[in-house]
Design a protein around this ligand. Structure first.
Ligand SMILES: Nc1nc2c(ncn2[C@@H]2O[C@H](COP(=O)(O)OP(=O)(O)OP(=O)(O)O)[C@@H](O)[C@H]2O)c(=O)[nH]1
Ligand SMILES: [Mg+2]
Length: 419
């Protein structure tokens, strides 16, 4: 019995010793081979999977290469805009614009939600410009107890990158620095207020309300590069002039673009305004000649002439515009009484070169800045008005008929600077 027990104990001891030596690494040669083999297998598994990172890289690079970079460019080159091939589908454009009914969803909103005030709507339209310009200024000046050279340098950068323009920015900064030197600007709040005041002063300096009285017909020539919103602005103006009791006539002197006249007719129909038009490709001066004759004969109050979008750098197109002006002046001496240059605010600094060349070639007397609702580049309003000493007559803050507003410098700066 005792022997049997001793034997069992020995066997158990042998088993535990074997297990112990395995656990402590005292392994047999056979065991070592197995371990090496399995290590090798693991290594092979890791390094034997080279496709994974390569495929991944390929995926990355192909996905980068597939990024449609050009489409993401926000600022459309004017040259591209002027290409007839990228014109929007004329029929669709006509249909969209000829749609007189309000969106049903808008009507529901009107019933349930109080309509925001005129000023609130302007503020909402300028939100992106406000964020870009005043939002960054507020971040810079927040809690600033003193104003030093670094703050002024950063302010200068914000103004330039918000399309206030280099010339106007340099002038603004110089004026503010002089006021700082005179200890007029104690802190960030005072600087903010002073900047707002200086911008307002510059806008007011050239602000003259357009007077339509005393000239009959009052002739308005509307010019600008392609797609800036000339025809849309004319449609909105026709509506507001008619609503205020004027007899309006439109001239479709854009004979270049397919369906341009139809687009104007669609706007005219909405306001029950007649449109003088010729066939596509006709001489625009001939349209203007007929329109002037008709305006006098029909005793209209306001004649508005729509023209083809033209590149301000194309000499022959600018010559054509000069001819249109000569014809108008010959038929109605002293006319056009207003030459409105329409600028797309979203083009930012391009608007500066457009204004320069159109002003030289066409005697611009007033500006319209459109598409302020969709851009952060609204600072351009200040740049073009100040640099060229021209009044901004209207601003476009949306596509619908009520989205053209008289430009009011006080309201504009309030909308930008108000919290
Ligand atoms: N968001 C917005 N869109 C606008 C505004 N003004 C015009 N548009 C849009 O801009 C586009 C071009 O407008 P048009 O009036 O056809 O421009 P145009 O200058 O007559 O163009 P061309 O005759 O081709 O030179 C249209 O889709 C308009 O609805 C605006 O103030 N805000
Ligand atoms: Mg047009």
């Amino acid at each position: 019995m005792e022997n049997q027990d001793t034997q069992e104990k020995k066997e158990k001891k042998g088993f535990f010793r074997g297990l112990f030596s395995k656990l402590t690494g005292a392994v047999s040669a056979e065991d070592l081979e197995v371990a090496e083999l399995s290590e090798k297998t693991e290594t092979a598994e890791i390094s034997g999977n080279p496709e994974t990172p390569v495929v991944h890289e390929d995926n990355v690079s192909s996905s980068v290469a597939a990024e449609p970079e050009p489409e993401l460019q926000p600022g459309p080159e004017p040259e591209l805009e002027l290409e007839p091939e990228i014109e929007p589908e004329p029929v669709l454009e006509l249909e969209a614009k000829a749609e007189p009914e309000a969106e049903p969803s808008e009507m529901v909103v009107e019933e349930t939600t109080p309509k925001p005030s005129f000023f609130e709507r302007l503020k909402n339209s300028l939100k992106r410009t406000k964020d870009s310009l005043v939002g960054r200024i507020d971040t810079l000046l927040l809690g600033k107890k003193t104003i030093d050279a670094d703050v002024m340098e950063e302010l200068e950068e914000i103004l330039i990158t918000s399309d206030i323009g280099v010339k106007t920015t340099v002038e603004l900064i110089r004026t503010l620095e002089q006021r700082l030197g005179r200890n007029e600007l104690k802190d960030g709040d005072a600087l903010r207020e002073a900047l707002k005041g200086e911008i307002l002063t510059r806008l007011l300096a050239h602000h003259v309300t357009l007077s339509l009285t005393g000239k009959k017909p009052f002739v308005m020539l509307v010019i600008g590069v392609n797609g800036v919103g000339k025809t849309t602005t004319i449609g909105k103006l026709a509506s507001r002039f008619t609503a205020s009791g004027n007899k309006v006539l439109l001239a479709a002197a854009d004979t270049f673009r397919a369906a341009a006249a139809e687009q104007l007719v669609a706007w005219g129909t909405r306001s029950r305004v007649d449109v003088i038009r010729h066939k596509e490709g006709a001489d625009p001066s001939a349209v203007v000649f007929d329109a002037c004759k008709a305006a006098v004969a029909r005793e209209v109050d306001i004649l508005i002439v729509d023209t083809a979008g033209r590149l301000h750098t194309k000499v022959n197109l600018m010559e054509e515009m000069k001819k249109i002006r000569r014809v108008i002046d010959r038929e109605i001496p002293g006319a056009p009484h207003e030459t409105l240059l329409v600028l797309d605010a979203a083009t930012g600094q391009n608007a500066v070169s457009q204004t320069r060349l159109f002003k030289e070639a066409a005697g611009v007397t007033g500006l319209v800045l459109t598409k302020l609702d969709g851009t952060a580049k609204g600072g351009i309003v200040v740049a073009v008005s100040h640099e060229f000493a021209l009044p901004v007559r209207y601003i476009g803050v949306g596509e619908s008929i009520e989205d053209l507003r008289d430009f009011d410098p006080q309201e504009f700066t309030d909308a930008l600077f108000q919290a």
